[in-house]
Design a protein around this ligand. Structure first.
Ligand code: HEC
Length: 266
């Protein structure tokens, strides 16, 4: 009994210590916000994308693979059971994919999905996220219109002709922040918008971990707003709440603008 009590007190102080470290001015990038169904769909898409891009012959294939591997790892860290075996294997496989991409050794990633189960497990505590992704710059490109090298958006999200032409995440955010969705457009975007917004949240978390040398606290603050407002955008979209979508999309867009005004082209 005494031993048991000792263990409980010991555990409690370790927990306190851990939360004390987090609360001591350093925000944490990771929290379990991803619902299971979104986690399943997003990771499946990410795995397929890695297999496709790695074998595409695209001149930026290694860069795009590394970015996607980092996002896949971010999904595992944002899932309900980030330390569980399945998430840890998937994270280990992401780390391997990121490392292969860095060595431009992409061929073996053609069968990426098949090799996940046997990948070495990677812990949920990541001291240095640059093992997964070296810098934010290649990741930020995903937001551009597809013509400029961005990843584009799902056809369901082309709810205006303009968006079909621009086909980019940045343009979508600006439309969502510019005008409240009507019922018809809401119906059109309601399946894909939550998924995209959760993807943005994952990018916000990654951004948080890739700090510049100066003004670290400010950088972290902007990326936490990006993450948390993207989560709210996803939740608002899941509930088909047009007012919340308008509010959260505006807040997400402001986090981009605020961070760029301090850090971009500096
Ligand atoms: C915490 C800071 C931060 C946040 C938040 C942020 N960005 Fe960026 N972004 C940067 C920096 C810094 C650059 C310059 C390149 C680099 O170092 O990544 C950049 C570059 C870009 C670029 C140019 C990419 C290129 O190479 O042409 C685009 C587009 C972009 N960001 C879009 C966004 C969007 C959209 C959001 C919000 C959803 C966003 N960013 C949020 C810091 C941020």
């Amino acid at each position: 009994m005494k031993r048991f009590l000792f263990l409980v007190i010991g555990l409690a102080s370790v927990t306190l210590l851990a939360s004390g470290v987090q609360g001591g001015g350093k925000s944490s990038a990771w929290k379990p916000y991803l619902p299971d169904d979104a986690y399943k769909e997003l990771t499946a898409r990410s795995i397929k994308f890695i297999e496709e891009i790695a074998t595409s012959g695209d001149k930026n294939a290694h860069e795009k693979t590394e970015v996607e591997a980092a996002i896949l790892a971010a999904y595992t860290l944002s899932s309900k059971n980030a330390a569980g075996d399945a998430a840890s294997s998937l994270r280990g496989a992401s780390l391997q994919a990121a490392q292969s991409a860095r060595k431009s050794d992409l061929k073996k990633l053609a069968a990426f999905g098949k090799n996940i189960a046997t990948a070495p497990k990677a812990p949920a505590e990541i001291k240095d996220f640059t093992a997964y992704l070296q810098a934010t710059e290649p990741m930020m490109k995903m937001f551009l219109s597809q013509k400029k090298g961005g990843e584009g958006i799902h056809p369901d999200l082309h709810y205006q002709v303009k968006l079909k032409n621009l086909n980019g995440i940045e343009a979508l955010l600006s439309s969502l922040a510019g005008k409240k969705l009507n019922d018809e457009n809401m119906a059109k975007v309601s399946k894909e918008l939550p998924l995209l917004a959760y993807r943005l949240a994952a990018v916000g978390s990654i951004t948080h971990e890739l700090t510049p040398k100066k003004d670290v606290a400010k950088w972290r603050e902007f990326s936490i707003v990006m993450r948390d407002e993207s989560i709210k955008l996803a939740e608002g979209a899941s509930k088909k709440n047009a007012d919340e979508i308008l509010r959260a999309a505006t807040a997400v867009e402001n986090s981009c603008i605020d961070c760029h005004s301090v850090f971009k082209n500096k």
